[in-house]
Design a binder for this molecule. Structure first.
Ligand SMILES: Cc1ncc(COP(=O)(O)O)c(C=O)c1O
Length: 392
């Protein structure tokens, strides 16, 4: 059968924004309150409820949510926090910004997630906590991770940037570790353009994160909202050295609409993963492994090329796909391969071989419901064409 490329470029991850988002955004703009206010509060409550947590602290980004979570645990110079090299820079950056040291542990070759069997060997008297990253929307092996954390008295802050809506043995991410941090960046399963949230069921921790997300001012959200009204007060106290990373009501307006569409978004992503799984069954590739405990949020579809059965490199496959009008992405360059981490922390190529092997083979395919099933089927056909062409 002859192959025809898509007539127009299929982007990797366009956001799905429609008239409802436009309407709510306009309402927020016209409400007279555009920064952190009632819409943020409503978005926090609704998001925490979906995640099974009692508190949500909305921030400018997931990066900021992780930063205030680490600050709330008092992480600082001399401390170590265990995480994975197979993540986005921000997981390690926030640890470094607290003056602490990220300690990397290699990943499980099937799931791309931190390998619990290797964690205990990385624990030292300086270890304060573990930051597992739920790669692609698939939860880590949290039973094993939480057992290790309990044994050693460590906190668990989950980088759940990819995993809003994901579950572990039926329990939502948000009910597992001490804090889970979500991202609502433009490409994420639900988006507020930029945005993040730390959810927890620990009221004290939530209050600390809330204060830290707004300059360290006591009751900042309440005081600030009343500040220029008749009920306002000119006095406030700064309790902690905080940050300024609050979410705005404009972003929350988008988030509230996206939350209402969450089930449809999740169903579309699941069906796209099934289309890919079926289309690639007989190709020299490995489709994503779903662990028995994982309810996958399918933020990413990380396809692994069986490079010993294909004459093209991963980068050549990506180039061919681009020539055929298919956009892809690669998540992630393992952090220890970046010059900053090598220069400042002494890492070298070869330090985390599983992560490096996965990186050399992975291609993430389009998954956004904004693309629609027809284009996803075209992506599947194009990948099959390119990989078959390159098969040895
Ligand atoms: C695993 C992971 N953690 C954290 C982040 C940071 O999210 P944000 O852009 O909301 O700060 C990302 C962003 O893509 C990510 O992929």
């Amino acid at each position: 059968m002859s192959f025809t490329p898509a007539s127009a470029f299929i982007p990797f991850s366009p956001p799905q924004i429609g008239p409802e988002e436009e309407h709510e955004l306009l309402e927020a703009l016209r409400s007279g309150w555009i920064t952190t206010g009632p819409r943020v509060r409503a978005f926090e409550a609704a998001t925490a409820a979906v995640a099974g947590a009692t508190h949500g602290v909305a921030t400018f980004s997931c990066t900021d949510a992780m930063l205030v979570a680490l600050a709330a645990f008092g992480v600082g110079p001399g401390d170590e926090v265990i995480t994975t090299p197979y993540t986005f820079i921000s997981t390690a950056q926030v640890i470094l910004h607290r003056g602490a040291r990220p300690v990397f542990v290699d990943v499980d070759p099937r799931t791309f997630n931190i390998d619990p069997a290797r964690i205990e060997a990385a624990i030292t008297p300086r270890t304060r906590g573990i930051m597992p990253v739920h790669f692609a929307g698939q939860v880590c092996d949290m039973d094993a991770i939480l057992a290790i954390a309990r044994r050693h008295g460590l906190f668990v802050i989950e980088d759940a940037a990819h995993a809003f809506g994901a579950t572990h043995n039926g329990h939502p991410v948000g009910t597992l570790g001490d804090v889970a941090c979500f991202s609502f960046y433009a490409t994420k399963n639900i988006t507020t353009a930029e945005g993040g949230m730390a959810v927890t069921s620990d009221a004290d921790l939530a209050q600390r994160m809330r204060v830290l997300s707004m300059y360290g001012i006591s009751d900042a959200r309440e005081i600030w909202q009343k500040r220029y009204t008749r009920a306002g007060n000119i006095h406030y106290d700064v309790q902690e050295l905080g940050y300024k990373c609050n979410m705005t009501d404009l972003c929350a307006a988008l988030g509230l609409v996206q939350l209402r569409r969450m089930d449809a978004i999740a169903a579309a992503r699941r069906s796209y993963a099934a289309i890919y799984d079926e289309a690639f069954a007989d190709l020299p590739v490995t489709t994503p492994h779903v662990a028995p405990y994982a309810g996958h949020a399918w933020h990413l579809y990380p396809l692994r090329l069986d490079l010993d059965r294909i004459s093209l490199s991963r980068d050549e496959v990506i180039l061919r796909l681009k020539e055929c009008n298919v956009g892809t992405s690669v998540m992630f360059t393992p952090l220890h391969l970046f010059s900053y981490f090598q220069r400042e922390m002494g890492f070298n190529e070869g330090d985390f071989p599983v992560a490096e092997d996965l990186f050399s083979r992975v291609v993430c395919l389009p998954m956004s419901p904004a693309l629609g099933e027809e284009r996803i089927r075209k992506v599947a056909e194009t990948v099959a064409h390119v990989v078959t062409e390159g098969a040895r």
